[in-house]
Design a protein around this ligand. Structure first.
Ligand SMILES: Cc1cc2nc3c(=O)[nH]c(=O)nc-3n(C[C@H](O)[C@H](O)[C@H](O)COP(=O)(O)O)c2cc1C
Length: 234
């Protein structure tokens, strides 16, 4: 896959390290989140008042993922078949040696792991607990961020996701030292509500919220925010 990504001209490789086995995603099972989606009585009732959904469902090409075509179970079951839970830092070293472009490790949840990734020549880590979809009660990335920023002496980029649902979340993460924030569910909600236009709308909403937050903080740009503007409620 790495070779294929390289030949296809991808610039960055994201190695997700917090999904070595699937979390117990009970809602996925309950809601029929399989590939292809399962039409349960609940999904059926949910769709009754949504004629646009029915129109798409009945007239458009069915939802399909080339990589998952021959799989009939849930995504979690697929993960348990595909992923290797015995992976170690030696594997990271190997990946670093064969992938010369940007390497990002996603799902880092401890200070020592973040620092170790920097030692292994990783270009960026994403502090993330997978939106709580993996280990329930895992550390909150936003709370981990300040100490990682404080202790990180290298130029490795610090990214964060999990719970970025408002422009103010992005400002707050930046203020605590994140170089980037990622969004998962926020854009998916936009996608589900309105396709491409829905995703664009998500970005517009986040941007508007960010700008208003900056104005209310008295900052002229995102570069002006810092930790003194953030208060943790303990
Ligand atoms: C439907 C769905 C599919 C996801 N698939 C992946 C994936 O394939 N690889 C991955 O690293 N993270 C995956 N994630 C996790 C997201 O990348 C992200 O870490 C998580 O949703 C937290 O961010 P959020 O709070 O903005 O949603 C997925 C999340 C959702 C909701």
């Amino acid at each position: 896959m790495i070779k294929r990504a390289e030949i296809a001209g991808y610039e960055g490789l994201v190695l997700t390290v917090d999904a070595q086995v699937a979390g117990a995603r009970l809602r996925d099972v309950r809601n029929g989140l399989t590939v292809p989606p399962t039409l349960t009585l609940n999904t059926f009732l949910n769709a009754v008042p949504r004629p646009g959904w029915w129109w798409n469902f009945l007239t458009k090409e069915p939802l399909n993922f080339a990589a998952l075509e021959s799989w009939n179970g849930t995504v979690a079951q697929l993960m348990d078949t595909m992923f290797d839970p015995s992976m170690t830092y030696d594997d990271l070293k190997w990946i670093r040696s064969i992938w010369k472009k940007k390497l990002i490790v996603k799902g880092v949840q401890r200070l020592d792991d973040a620092l170790k990734c920097a030692d292994y020549g990783v270009d960026a880590v994403v502090l993330s607990n997978h939106g709580g979809r993996q280990l329930d009660r895992a550390p909150v990335p936003f709370e981990l961020l300040p100490e990682v920023r404080r202790e990180l002496k290298s130029s490795m980029e610090l990214h964060i996701d999990t719970g970025i649902m408002h422009g103010a979340d992005i400002v707050a993460a930046k203020a605590l030292g994140a170089d980037f924030t990622w969004i998962g569910r926020a854009y998916l909600y936009g996608l589900m509500a309105g396709g491409k236009i829905g995703v664009e709308r998500t970005l517009t909403i986040l941007q508007t919220q960010m700008v208003r937050t900056l104005k209310l903080l008295g900052a002229n740009s995102i570069a002006e925010v810092d930790a003194s503007m953030i208060k943790f409620l303990k």
